[in-house]
Design a protein around this ligand. Structure first.
Ligand code: KG4
Ligand code: ZN
Length: 318
């Protein structure tokens, strides 16, 4: 089955061609630079940019896969969760392509997509496993027993882990989105320099807002030149606290649920310290951690596609 995937839930315009679990192409056009000056994604700006880019990105994805629209058998698209206007652009594009070719259309949940990054070649993961999904919008612990879905057993009660990285990065003057930059800066610092708190919340949930406040206070207490000297230490210690919180909870949940396998997905799964901190875990491949359409096409294989022309009434959800 040749699947054309489209993802436009936030600020990445992406299209991919996946067949038999093989990523034949995965084109991602990031709008990060466009939003950087605002310190975060501006939804309306993102929607308009998706509209400008989506046709070109689809064309690029087909070209890179040496495929034509005639070869596509299913169109898959993220229908939510995400920014509503951004999602609608992808959904409309997918409907147009599918309708024009009388193809079926598979509506894909973005979070299912992140998990499905693990189901692609060359090392497709077989459930059951416990999955930590850490991204800019979510921090979830998922009990995955089948490729078609999952059960949530934990979530964040305030900020998502990626959001904590981005807000921390902003406090340290690293721009937006700062997760990857903070990761790089942390390599030059001492992770034990500051004792940032790891929140203890009930169940298998997470909390990162107190940690963010702790960093804010630490930054405020430093004079400008002192802050410049301690930036790497602050980054390393802050990252250490986030990773500790993620790993600690994940290991507790694995023990409590008797999970034999742990997997880590989502944008924060690209973090170098996190990747090194759960030995034996299945990690989403680096290019498939942050938002991309290959993971959406991957999930589509385990979703019931809507036949032509039933999907014309399909809606996106925020
Ligand atoms: O999955 P994703 O692309 O978008 C959402 O679905 O939210 O995740 C984006 C998040 C951002 O917060 C970004 O800063 C974070 O993933 N991120 C990282 C790293 N690379 C991306 N966080 C920490 N370390 C990284 N290396
Ligand atoms: Zn995502």
């Amino acid at each position: 089955m040749v699947i054309l995937g489209i993802e436009t839930s936030c600020d990445e315009t992406s299209a991919a061609v996946v067949s038999a679990g093989d990523v034949r192409s995965n084109v991602v056009s990031s709008q990060a630079e466009l939003h950087a000056r605002f310190g975060g994604v501006v939804p309306e700006v993102a929607s308009r940019r998706h509209l400008e880019l989506v046709s070109y990105v689809v064309r690029d994805a087909l070209g890179a896969a040496a495929a034509r629209l005639d070869d596509v058998e299913v169109v898959a698209v993220t229908t939510g969760p995400g920014l509503i206007g951004a999602l609608l652009v992808g959904v409309a594009a997918a409907k147009g392509i599918a309708f024009g070719r009388r193809l079926p259309l598979a509506p894909v949940d973005h979070l299912h997509g992140h998990v499905a990054a693990l189901y692609l070649q060359p090392e497709p993961l077989e459930p059951p496993f416990l999955c930590l999904l850490a991204s800019g919008g979510h921090t979830l612990l998922l009990d995955v027993r089948e490729r078609a879905g999952f059960r949530r057993i934990g979530t964040t009660i305030d900020d998502a882990a990626g959001e904590a990285f981005d807000k921390g990065a902003r406090l340290l003057g690293l721009g937006y989105p700062g997760g990857a930059a903070l990761d790089r800066l942390a390599h030059e610092g001492d992770p034990e320099a500051y004792a940032f708190p790891v929140a203890r919340v009930p169940g298998f949930d997470f909390s990162f807002s107190g940690l963010k406040t702790a960093l804010l206070c630490a930054v405020r207490d430093l004079a400008t030149d002192e802050l410049e000297r301690r930036r790497a230490d602050l980054a390393a210690s802050y990252q250490r606290a986030i990773v500790r919180a993620l790993v600690g909870r994940t290991l507790e949940a694995a023990e409590a649920t008797g999970a034999e396998r742990i997997a880590v997905v989502g944008g924060v799964a690209a973090n170098s310290e996190l990747r090194a901190s759960i030995p034996g875990a299945a990690l989403a491949p680096l290019p498939l951690c942050t938002d991309n359409a290959a993971m959406i096409a991957s999930a589509a294989r385990f979703v019931e596609a809507l036949p032509y022309p039933e999907y014309l009434a399909l809606d996106a959800h925020a």
